[in-house]
Design a protein around this ligand. Structure first.
Ligand code: ATP
Length: 958
């Protein structure tokens, strides 16, 4: 667009170019005829002709000055050198891009020209409503504040603000590339953490293409959770949909969408699909229930291979599992290797490193306890620190003023925590650190096995012994005392919902049929033999509080990932032979959102293998009533005597000694871990100070009255029809006079609340946060287009003589840095505001934007246009003065931003450097990437220019 565009008032002469002030989209008009106090204008770009009364035609004359760029109707760009007038029409003399002399009569100006810059629009008479200008500036303020907030990207999630999740989300969101294992205990919110990280990366444009791989049973739940909690819509690509897409002409179905959810089974069963998914490339890959990715030195599972291929083609990688060591330390190692193959090249080295935790933890423990005073005196610890973090780190610390040593010590401790083998990639929060979980209560129900049931003996396979129904014949349901027990229990708890989990689908189906068909219990079933749709229907039927099922019977697939915390009773119809799987089962109920104690019930045959296993779990591991983090490790250690005891359930002495040994081993192991790995893990998984910073930022942005007041004006300006809905809510509908079509406002309208609390209770209504897609759409439309970028108003201010002309200019920084690097975070205040008086003095400090808004009176459009015509020369001078002043401010702005930038980047660099001491070969690449990004950011600031974003002319009246 052209700079310094002028408007001039002359007679209407055929051939002149004018624009309509009220219908700017018509483009440049040509005077066709002027007679009988009327003028006829043709608008070639729009193919329209208009006739106006000459006296009050809403038209402005188009007239370009020397040095401006103009476009001919043949698309040639011309730099104007001179403008001459001939018979009332202009002729422009200038040069084209190749330096050729061009003479262009105004008749041949491009008619499709569009004015967008504030000064162009002001002079062209395209003056915005005063309210729209105010809204634009307010929107800029909000946008900059949000971009600089530590909560940026996390605000839009419909979630309760839980510090352990906020910390992980903020920590990973701030990294250039998030590659991590989210391993919080069952039900602590790994899906939510992953969702928050995704949301942040997508909003900040650090990721666009996301693939989520899931077990079949979790596809729908994730789709719903991503949409309902994060407003993120994913395409589900399973085998059928891939086929359909391919049939409709998509060579690679994975290129048909940016955000995809797929079952892992699609990759493992169909090599071609895996290749397509790999070829499509991803910014972020998420794999839930990652403990299924089996790996050992001898055998690597196919699922592991598939995920490995994809992980190599994806920048970011989030692996989710509540039981990272379920398949032993090898499996754990293998998942870390997926995240960072170079840092974890070798299993033996990894196992060795794990042994080092004790010393590191001891060092950290003494620093935490003794603080700066201790470190100042203790030379031995100083030497140890120097050995781990480098001589320079400790010399620098010792040289620092005593007052700042405490803070600096925190930084050193964090560097030590990072150095721990898995410090930066593994996040594990436990119920010990996250408070507020209800208790678990366990009750076993010993039953007499039927007389004819006797499959025991050392030669019988152990696993089937845990499922007596398999030995009771086809009519097992009528003879198995567990069924009678269940029937009885249900009768006594008619009002309670209960989740029943058993190992096999056939058992689940038989139980369901028996309960519903023979006993009339409202029961539903969930197993791997059902279609995904039917599984979800069953789960939804169970979730329905009023008309839903009382009982849901799940096979083992129901014990992973699903959310059943609305129910408080869990019946274990059998026991799994894995402590981690037991924890997964209990985790369906014992998860965030559970409001009552979780009651766990186990009917079992007296003196059976299940009886032994139950006692081992309960007395040995205490795994029913608490999370036993060392369960699988102890299972590996005690498998042999445990299996022997299960084969000999009547041998009370052997069992007693097994239980005793297990208890002792558990206590010792827990103690060892608490002093070693777990403490470090706890420290790297959570930082109260950082979490609190994010929490406070979130709470401050949740201020309902601020967002509500602003949003109501915003919606109204765009012509959206709104009605109040409760205290903090609205019902929106597309209005009759909407300014434009809105992709994020559905035809049928939307009911919303601005309150997070209400949004958490009422999932059927939208949570309107600063990051709701509709809010983002409107704010972007306002600030990325010319809407409201100029205004004129009147002001009565005794301190200033009437007739004084003030010019308020708002400048934005033009940044040429990729948005993903989030340069605006470092900019103080975000934009520059100047308020110039007639002498070119800046009064912005004396009269702020808000006070000015309160004093300013809007003017009618025609008055505004006349006013601009009268004072356009003065405005032009003031605009030039403002630009000079703004340019003079730029170096200071740049310097402050560079300082903030280097403070933050240096701290991050030091953290990486400390890490590189352990593994220099690997981390050099990361350090180099960091240096490069820092250079790009610095360069971006050096190249930044101030661009006039909006301008307001203020006329001081009597
Ligand atoms: N911050 C939160 N606000 C509201 N609900 C939450 C929050 N965090 C988690 N939840 C709810 O708690 C339940 C457990 O969360 P989630 O499914 O993310 O846990 P998980 O760690 O992935 O569980 P699992 O180990 O079983 O896979 C879900 O119903 C989830 O919606």
């Amino acid at each position: 667009m052209t700079e310094g565009f002028r408007l001039s008032q002359t007679e209407f002469v055929p051939g002149q170019r004018w624009i309509s002030n009220t219908e700017v989209d018509l483009g440049l008009g040509i005077v066709v005829e002027s007679a009988n106090r009327r003028v006829e204008i043709s608008f070639p770009a729009a193919g329209e002709v208009r006739t106006y009364a000459i006296d009050n035609a809403p038209l402005s004359r188009v007239c370009y000055e020397a040095d401006e760029e103009i476009y001919s109707d043949e698309g040639v760009v011309i730099q104007v050198r001179e403008r001459i007038e001939h018979n009332g029409c202009f002729i422009y003399l200038g040069e084209d891009a190749a330096g050729n002399e061009v003479i262009l009569p105004e008749l041949h100006l491009d008619s499709a020209v569009h004015f967008s810059k504030p000064q162009e629009r002001l002079f062209a008479g395209q003056i915005d409503r005063h309210g729209l200008f105010k809204l634009r500036v307010e929107t800029l303020e909000h946008r900059h504040r949000l971009e600089q907030s530590p909560a940026y990207g996390l605000l839009g999630a419909r979630v309760a603000l839980l510090p352990h999740q906020l910390y992980i989300a903020a920590e990973l969101a701030s990294r250039p590339v998030p590659r991590a294992l989210l391993a919080d205990e069952v039900g602590l919110g790994k899906t939510i953490e992953a969702g928050m990280i995704l949301h942040q990366r997508l909003i900040s444009e650090r990721a666009r293409r996301v693939l989520i791989l899931l077990p079949d049973s979790l596809l729908h739940q994730w789709l719903v959770e991503m949409h309902r909690r994060f407003n993120l819509t994913f395409s589900l690509l399973d085998a059928e949909r891939c086929e359909a897409l391919q049939a409709s002409g998509h060579d690679n179905p994975f290129e048909s969408a940016q955000r995809v959810i797929s079952p892992v089974s699609l990759m493992t069963r169909d090599a071609a699909r895996l290749e397509q998914a790999v070829a499509a490339g991803w910014d972020l890959l998420v794999v839930d229930e990652a403990h299924h990715l089996g790996w050992s030195r001898e055998v690597v599972s196919h699922a592991y291979h598939c995920v490995e291929r994809l992980a190599q083609r994806s920048e970011g990688l989030l692996l989710l599992t509540a039981t990272p060591e379920q398949l032993g330390p090898e499996g754990h190692y293998a998942r870390l290797r997926l995240l960072d193959p170079e840092r974890y090249p070798d299993l033996d080295r990894f196992l060795e490193q794990e042994q080092q935790y004790f010393h590191l933890n001891h060092l950290i423990g003494s620093l935490l306890e003794g603080g700066a005073a201790f470190l100042r005196q203790d030379r031995h610890t100083q030497r140890e620190l120097a050995a781990r973090l480098g001589e320079e780190a400790i010399t620098h610390w010792l040289a620092a003023p005593a007052l700042s040593q405490d803070n600096l010590l925190d930084r050193l401790i964090h560097q030590l925590v990072d150095q721990q083998g898995t410090g930066r990639v593994l996040f594990r929060n436990t119920r010990r650190t996250v408070e507020g979980f209800p208790a678990r209560r366990f009750q076993g129900y010993p039953l007499l096995a039927p007389n004819f049931y006797a499959p025991q003996g050392a030669d019988v396979q152990l696993e089937p012994l845990l499922h007596p129904e398999r030995h009771l014949g086809t009519d097992w349901i009528s003879v198995d005392p567990r069924v009678a027990w269940l029937q009885d229990w249900l009768k006594q708890h008619r009002r309670d919902k209960v989740l029943v989990i058993c190992a096999h689908a056939e058992t689940a189906v038989a139980l369901d049929e028996y309960l519903s068909l023979r006993l009339g219990v409202r029961s539903s079933v969930f197993h791997e033999g059902m279609s995904l749709v039917n599984r979800d229907r069953s789960a939804a039927y169970f979730a329905d509080q009023e008309l839903g099922a009382q009982v849901l019977i799940c096979s083992e697939i129901g014990s992973e990932g699903r959310n059943f915390q609305f129910c408080h009773h869990l019946v274990l119809f059998d026991l799994p032979l894995s402590p981690d799987l037991l924890e997964q089962r209990i985790g369906r109920l014992d998860r965030i959102g559970q409001t009552q104690d979780v009651q766990i019930h186990l009917p079992y045959y007296r003196q059976s293998p299940t009886d032994v296993l139950m006692q081992w779990y309960h007395q040995g591991l205490n795994a029913f009533e608490r999370v036993c983090a060392v369960g699988d490790a102890l299972y590996q250690r005690f498998a042999q005597p445990l299996h022997a005891a299960m084969h000999q359930p009547e041998d009370a002495a052997a069992l007693e000694s097994l239980l005793h040994a297990t208890q002792e081993a558990r206590e010792a192991l827990e103690q060892e871990l608490a002093e070693g790995r777990d403490r470090l893990l706890e420290m790297s998984s959570f930082n109260a100070e950082r979490a609190d910073q994010v929490l406070q930022a979130m709470q401050s942005e949740d201020d309902v009255s601020r967002i509500q007041t602003y949003a109501e004006r915003l919606f109204d300006r765009f012509g959206i029809s709104l009605q109040p809905h409760g205290r903090h809510g609205l019902v929106l509908h597309p209005g009759e006079h909407m300014l434009c079509q809105l992709a994020e406002l559905p035809e049928e309208g939307m009911t919303l609340t601005f309150s997070r609390e209400e949004a958490l209770q009422r999932e059927e209504i939208e949570f309107m946060s600063w990051e709701h897609p509709l809010m983002i759409e409107l704010m972007e439309m306002l600030t990325h287009n010319e809407m409201g970028n100029n205004a004129i108003c009147m002001l009565k201010l005794p301190a200033l003589p009437p007739g004084t002309l003030l010019l308020e200019a708002i400048y934005e920084l033009n940044l040429t840095v990729p948005r993903a690097l989030q340069l605006p975070r470092y900019l103080p205040g975000g934009y520059v505001r100047l308020l110039l008086d007639s002498e070119g003095r800046d009064l912005s400090e004396v009269l702020g934007h808000q006070p000015l808004n309160q004093l300013a009176q809007p003017l009618k459009l025609s008055t505004s246009q006349n006013m601009v015509r009268m004072v356009r020369d003065k405005i032009t001078v003031q605009l030039q003065q403002a630009q000079q002043l703004a340019d003079a401010r730029l170096p200071v702005l740049r310097e402050t931003a560079l300082q903030t930038l280097s403070l933050e980047r240096d701290a991050a660099y030091q953290r990486l450097e400390a890490l590189a001491r352990v593994n220099p070969a690997v981390d050099e690449a990361e350090l180099e990437a960091h240096r490069l990004d820092t250079r790009t950011l610095q360069q971006g600031l050096q190249n930044a220019r101030l661009r006039l974003d909006a301008v307001r002319v203020i006329v001081v009246a009597d």
